[in-house]
Design a protein around this ligand. Structure first.
Ligand code: MD3
Ligand code: FE
Length: 217
């Protein structure tokens, strides 16, 4: 029995799927909260606008990013790191919205990582053609904490590799309202996002947003 309606939206009880040891996909977990999450993103970007950061190698990222929380993830010619100050505004990043905190708590508990409290959230914005090449998330201090990722808007093909960059990635379609919790042995896996296909989503238009809630400090 399908748990998606004619429009592909999750209906009924969310499914729970183990993608790998430590990685749990919770399909449709936050469909109902999506409008509140999108409003919260709007509040964040009013104070910390989306920007296309520069990699240490000098390439402009196609993903537009911003942050909220006590620290924000940055890249520039000097490298990748977390910083408490937004270099574009010279101000602290906006606070983590309560709606983000609630989702982090519910998703991490459902995945078996009770007690996870994020202190940072990277907010990614994808337009058609935007991609994110294979990488590891390793600028956080404590790899025993999981990362909770939330997909909103247009669907994306997520690439989930292994411990080595050369491990052939598996592909998963991540849709509006899907949440993935990455912990344990999956925490340092290589991962990325294939170029976003064009489309129109009822609540975000031609955009996809991804939230990654992290314990950075
Ligand atoms: C697997 N974001 O922001 S979310 C990122 O869709 C990032 O914007 C992607 O990779 C996006 O760093 C993918 C899924 C994700 C996030 C963090 C992970 C998968 C992960 C950390 C470890 C392993
Ligand atoms: Fe990542």
């Amino acid at each position: 029995m399908s748990t998606r309606d004619l429009f592909g939206e999750q209906v009924g009880a969310p499914e729970c799927e183990a993608l790998a040891d430590g990685a749990v996909l919770l399909r449709g977990l936050v469909v109902k909260e999506a409008p509140a999450l999108l409003r919260a993103i709007n509040g964040v970007i009013a104070r910390a606008p989306f920007r296309n950061m520069i990699t240490p190698g000098g390439f402009t990222m196609s993903v537009a990013m911003t942050n909220c929380g006590r620290a924000g993830w940055l890249t520039d010619r000097k490298g990748y790191r977390y910083d408490g100050i937004d270099p574009e505004t010279g101000q602290a990043w906006p606070e983590l919205p309560e709606a983000f905190m609630r989702v982090a708590r519910r998703a991490s508990a459902a995945a078996g990582y009770g007690g996870f409290v994020p202190d940072a959230c990277l907010v990614n914005r994808y337009e058609p053609g935007t991609r994110l090449s294979l990488h590891q998330d390793r600028n956080e201090r404590d790899f025993t904490a999981p990362i909770v990722s939330v997909s909103l808007g247009l669907p994306a093909v997520f690439l989930f590799g292994g411990a080595e960059r050369s491990d052939r990635p598996r592909r998963y379609r991540l849709e509006h309202g899907d949440v993935v919790v990455w912990g344990g042995p999956a925490r340092l896996a290589f991962h990325g996002v294939a170029p976003l296909a064009d489309g129109e989503h009822p609540s975000t238009g031609r955009l996809r947003f991804n939230l990654t809630m992290r314990k950075a400090l």
